[in-house]
Design a protein around this ligand. Structure first.
Ligand code: TYD
Ligand code: MG
Length: 460
């Protein structure tokens, strides 16, 4: 007699519960439990007690670097660590409409044009719609094979027939379902089951599979965080709605770095690679206004100059507002606290807004000095020199601490026509002869005094 095994699965984290309850004990989310059939594979696994012996290997031994297949899109290869690894599975997340489908049809077309066999399977759009988009992108000649399918069983039966393709795009994993799992499409169990089947196929056939994953409103790949653990790489495609820039990042990568970013621009003819992002992020700069500072940052191995904008204005409320876009709010609080405690600035009566231009998100502590300079410049109404870049980490004592890769930052600034750099006193290693006039500051107080004096001179 076959018995239906039911469980209550949290749609946020995938934890299984024996009975319904209002709150998931595993992740603490409310009202996320849904009744689903359990995967039969799990139940079968539980019954099998006898295992098979296998040989253990030493840690030392010969192994080769994972071979790579270039996608034909340089910025994508930079993020994956040099191209697709055969047999690997990537998950690409991003907000609706950000350009995931566009990026992947362009990648599939570029891959196919270089002679690789590529299959694009859409569970969301009809073949005609995908064709229409490819036509708009000028890709209709590329030998990509298309299908509009949602059954993983049918997809794998088709792909297993004959030689396996080298690249398979599944758009999106949330639309896929497999009959091996007794649950409605879109549920965590179903998504996990479908992902498992696809991953097994990738490992067996050596095809690279790219799964598109939807993102919930708080920026997580919707439904199964478990899928993130199953795949080899998790990429996210980000951008601000009002900007054309799109940034591809790796949140996890078993075969490469996670700090590289790929920069694209969404145009009428699809995504264009941006080889020199600094020029792009600086192009809308307001010169000569107080409250902006250029930060010489690093994203992975690539230097990136960005404009940091601050507005410090007297508050109309009892509690002043602090708002920040593109930077860590707790680092802003820290820089403000240091400015109050060590630089004799009274900011408690002011609203503070900080914005990283271009929709970029900065994670580096090296941005502290540029953020502080922008804040003080706004407060003192003293524009910073337009030809200067800033970098350095601010410690709680008010000291400006050295950061890594000073040489690369200075070189990029010189390349983009900047003439001055404000940097920490003890820059690690020797300062390269970049042609910039370098001002070293050991203490945030010194920089603040200088900017405030500039402001007084300008007002006088
Ligand atoms: P899409 O790739 O469908 O996004 P996703 O798959 O992440 O949901 O991109 C849709 C958006 O991109 C849509 O708002 C229109 C815009 N777009 C362009 O601006 N230019 C183009 O050439 C294409 C194909 C799309
Ligand atoms: Mg899409």
């Amino acid at each position: 007699m076959s018995k239906r095994y039911l469980a209550f699965i949290c749609q946020a984290c995938g934890a299984a519960h024996g009975r319904w309850q209002g709150r998931c004990e595993a992740c603490g989310e409310w009202n996320t439990l849904a009744e689903e059939g359990r995967e039969p594979s799990r139940l079968a696994g539980a019954r099998r007690a006898q295992g098979r012996m296998f040989a253990l290997e030493p840690l030392t031994g010969s192994s080769r670097d994972a071979p790579r297949l270039g996608s034909g899109i340089g910025e994508l290869d930079r993020v994956t660590g040099g191209g697709f690894v055969p047999g690997s599975v990537l998950l690409l997340g991003g907000d609706p409409g950000i350009g995931k489908s566009t990026l992947l049809i362009q990648a599939a077309a570029a891959f196919a044009r270089r002679g690789g066999s590529a299959v694009y399977i859409s569970g969301e759009e009809a073949v005609a719609q995908v064709r229409l988009r490819a036509e708009r992108l000028g890709l209709q000649e590329a030998p990509v094979k298309l299908a509009a399918e949602t059954s993983v069983d049918d997809i794998l039966a088709t792909l297993s027939h004959g030689a396996a393709p080298r690249l398979v795009v599944i758009d999106s994993i949330q639309t896929m379902w497999t009959s091996a799992v007794e649950a409605a499409p879109g549920t965590v169990t179903q998504v996990r089951g479908a992902a498992q089947a696809l991953i097994r196929f990738a490992k067996k056939s050596g095809a690279t599979i790219v799964l598109v994953g939807h993102v919930t409103k708080d920026g997580q790949i919707a439904g199964p965080r478990v899928v993130e653990h199953m795949v080899d790489a998790v990429l996210s495609f980000e951008g601000e709605g009002s900007h054309q820039f799109r940034i591809l990042r790796a949140a996890k990568n078993r075969f490469g770095p996670t700090d590289e970013i790929g920069v694209f621009e969404m145009t009428g003819a699809g995504l264009r690679e941006v080889a020199n992002p600094s020029a792009l992020f600086l192009c809308e700069r307001d010169l000569g206004t107080p409250g902006t500072a250029v930060f010489a940052g690093m994203e992975g191995t690539r230097p990136l100059l960005v404009d940091i904008q601050a507005l410090v204005a007297p508050t109309a409320f009892g509690t002043p507002r602090r708002a920040v876009v593109g930077w860590d709010p707790s680092r802003l609080s820290m820089v403000l606290a240091v400015l109050e405690a060590h630089c004799a600035l009274r900011l408690s009566g002011y609203d503070v807004y900080l914005n990283v231009a271009g929709g970029l998100r900065i994670n580096e502590p090296a941005a502290d000095l540029a953020a502080a300079a922008a804040l003080v410049s706004s407060l003192a109404r003293a524009p910073l020199p337009a030809d200067a870049v800033y970098f350095g980490e601010v410690s709680l004592s008010g000291a400006v601490r050295p950061v890594a890769q000073a040489a690369a930052r200075l070189k990029e600034a010189a390349k983009l026509g900047f003439a001055r750099a404000v940097v920490p006193e003890a820059v690690r290693g020797e300062l390269p002869s970049s042609g910039l006039r370098v001002a070293q500051v050991g203490n945030l107080g010194d920089l603040v005094a200088e900017i405030v004096a500039d402001g007084r001179r300008a007002a006088a």
